[in-house]
Ligand binder design. Sequence first.
Ligand SMILES: Cc1cc2nc3c(=O)[nH]c(=O)nc-3n(C[C@H](O)[C@H](O)[C@H](O)COP(=O)(O)O)c2cc1C
Ligand code: SF4
Length: 450
Amino acid sequence: MSDALRALFRRAHGQLPPAPQHGVESFYALGHELDVVCDGTACHFAGGPGIDPQLPRVRCVGHCYEAPSRLTGPSVATGNGHPALLKNLASTPVVLRHLLTDSRGEADHDDLPSGDDILAVIEGVGLRGRGGAAYPTAAKWKVAKAQPSAEKWVVANGDEGDPGSWIDRLLLERSPHAVLAGMRACGRAIGANRGVVYIRGEYPRARAAVEAALAEERFDDMRIHVVGGHGSYVVGEETALLNAIEGQRGEPRPKPPYPAVSGLFGKPTVVQNVETLSIIPHIVRANSGASHKAICVAGAVREPACVEVTLGTPLRRVLNEACGGPREGSRWTMALVGGPLGRVIPAAAFDVELAYDALPGLGHGGVVVFDASVSPGALFRHLAEFARSESCGSCTPCRVGSARIADMRDTPSLDRLLTTMEMGSLCGFGQGVPRPIRDLVELCGERVLG
Ligand SMILES: Cc1cc2nc3c(=O)[nH]c(=O)nc-3n(C[C@H](O)[C@H](O)[C@H](O)COP(=O)(O)O)c2cc1C
Ligand code: SF4
């Protein structure tokens, strides 16, 4: 945390005594050592934890395409050496445009229109957030803009917790200027002059790249801080993220109030995903591009890749045209789409369109494809273990429910447990955990349990 943010934190909360300080520190999983093996979905099934069973496990390090991977030290991720391929199935690249051309995106800062014009374009194109909830961006901005506060914040959500997604890491590492330009455009639209880029601790190179970009740029209109994470999936939820930035336990806050009304340090705040922010400058300039989405594909395909598509593109087309079809000698059985709170799609349904309405649960667009080497029961146990170990524990339906999924031996009991979680959980984690598990049981029956 920067000194300026630390000072703000003290202003809001005072100096923490030792016991609550311990409470904060014990919430997070990552220590200062970054020697960890990845146990995210692609790495888990590629034998990741077996690389060194003594090392702590994290989910995930954002190198799913070269599973299994291990993060060693502040800057090196080692995996099987498969490169981070970028493919474009859309007309002209929007999400990947700087990554494909190796340009830094500095032109994005030029000639930003007025705040009202920016807001009108974002509303006109109907941009929806890419972080998972697919919420209309302009609706959030309008609420923040309407708040009578001299202090407002823009927060870039670079937590990218979903195992199976790595686009935010690529954008932060290779195109940080575009993300910063998106933050400035948002700030101008809502009247904010302060910003935070929150970057997960598992992405040390991303943090270094953003800090270098900030050192290169001088903004008169916005002061931007960088805050690093310490290991927690739930901190990606926007209100938990705000608590984490404030130096508190990364537990979600009850909503309302929504962050646009009362967010960071109680001030109106817009939290926006990194991919969303990175495409905003282009959308503002071109008045188009809001239907482009990055889809990351790993697992049982020949060429794992990050693929830019137009929303509505069938999953099968992405897997065949961009990722080379099934891995040699294998036949697809199913895919986990949208991470561990997403959907399990059987291979027979791969014609499904990748779009928010056609596929609720598309989330951040991570896809891990499976063949017969991964049994449905193994995927069930993986999802149940993810839920158990990542639940933040602050509300009972999710704390108890997540811990008990793996113990369920029949579908009526599992159904009751999942319904309680869906209806009673405080945040999208407990509400979303049941989704892929229900898909799996529907697809494969009770044999996945136990
Ligand atoms: C458990 C949980 C984890 C989340 N993790 C992330 C994340 O890693 N990155 C992200 O951008 N949004 C994440 N979200 C969604 C955020 O709460 C929020 O909707 C998003 O950052 C808003 O930005 P967007 O509108 O640009 O998507 C998560 C939500 C939940 C419930
Ligand atoms: S639903 Fe789960 S992750 Fe969300 S607040 Fe409750 S315990 Fe924490």
